[in-house]
Write a protein that binds this ligand. Structure first.
Ligand SMILES: [Zn+2]
Length: 52
């Protein structure tokens, strides 16, 4: 899964591909790939258990 962020309203979601239409602001926004290179999404890295 990839984390996508709406460049218009900042809404984020997880999906394989970004939606055509933002479910939050209802526009056809650009979605930015924000997957898991930032500390706050540590626990959502593709099911990888970092304790191992
Ligand atoms: Zn939006």
């Amino acid at each position: 899964m990839t984390n996508w962020k709406c460049s218009n309203c900042g809404y984020t979601l997880e999906a394989d591909v970004p939606p055509e239409q933002c479910p939050s602001c209802g526009e056809k926004c650009d979605f930015i790939d924000v997957s898991c290179y930032i500390p706050e999404c540590d626990t959502t890295i593709g099911g990888v258990d970092k304790r191992i």
